[in-house]
Design a protein around this ligand. Structure first.
Ligand code: ZN
Length: 281
């Protein structure tokens, strides 16, 4: 567990010219429990003003809703991650449906398919995923989707559901060009993280980012995970946090070939529309 930090090293105190939305912040993670206010203050100082807190199972979704109720600018998703898909049951579906009535719950998810780790079997994952697609269709909510090493099956399932769904974002997109083009053909949104900063496994994204229209692209930290590997200073504890989102925004903008301000304004407008957020004050 990372030690609470009072401040970031000088070189990591970024400031985005445009107000940013972090569409994937795992702020229910235990590493944030001790210093949540400071984390949010540092983010706001960096001009990261809106946070979609990821709910990955019933407990975490409830915690995400509680955080959203307690802090301005925070919203929650509610779903069951593919790693936890074996928990799915009809009573869980009922509890989730109750959360979708809450006005700070802005998406169904994180849900989807992960055939990389297979913590739940593919059959369990597909069952939980399709049940959550049903809930998203019934409640008219957008979807926050996770996919790892499962893009072919994900595409097949989404193709058959697409007409019943409003919007869906593939969060932390890391796959290849074929998958990206197929997702864009399904009129999905794409979430990009600091994965693009990872010289071991993420540089293939550099050539792909400009294929994503600005009204389909959103940005996220996926904190506390996925600390960008090319930060200009070491971060004690190595816990990723929303204050670092401007670094990711600037990196994506560089490979997109536009300036960071323009990318920031566009991804914020896209996120506000996608999650139906009130206009920024
Ligand atoms: Zn994920």
């Amino acid at each position: 567990m990372a030690a609470p930090l009072d401040s970031l090293p000088e070189a990591l105190r970024f400031h985005s010219p445009a107000a940013l939305v972090d569409i994937g912040a795992n702020l229910t993670h235990e590493s944030f429990a001790a210093d949540m206010e400071a984390v949010l203050d540092r983010a706001r100082a960096a001009n990261v003003t809106t946070f979609i807190v990821t709910g990955t199972d019933l407990d975490h979704a409830r915690q995400a809703v509680a955080l959203a109720d307690a802090h301005p600018g925070l919203y929650a998703t509610a779903g069951v991650h593919p790693h936890d898909a074996s928990q799915w049951s009809s009573s869980l579906a009922t509890e989730m449906a109750a959360l979708y009535q809450h006005d700070k719950v802005v998406a169904v998810g994180e849900c989807g398919l992960d055939f990389n780790r297979n913590y739940a079997t593919p059959t369990e994952q597909e069952r939980a995923f399709e049940a959550q697609l049903t809930l998203a269709a019934e409640h008219g909510l957008p979807l926050f989707l996770h996919e790892r090493d499962a893009s072919k099956r994900m595409r097949e399932i989404l193709a058959s559901w697409r007409d019943s769904l409003s919007d869906a974002v593939i969060h932390c997109f890391t796959a290849d060009k074929t998958a990206l083009y197929a997702y864009l053909d399904l009129d999905l949104h794409i979430g990009l993280t600091g994965w693009i900063c990872d010289e071991r496994r993420g540089h293939h994204l550099r050539e792909l980012v400009s294929s994503i229209a600005l009204d389909r692209l959103m940005i996220e930290t996926d904190c506390p995970y996925l600390l960008p590997r090319n930060l200009p200073a070491k971060l004690k504890g190595r816990r990723h946090e929303p204050a670092l989102l401007p670094w990711i925004n600037a990196e994506i903008a560089r490979w997109y070939g536009i300036d960071a301000d323009e990318l920031g304004r566009a991804t914020t407008a896209t996120a506000q529309r996608f999650f139906r957020l009130p206009a920024a004050s």
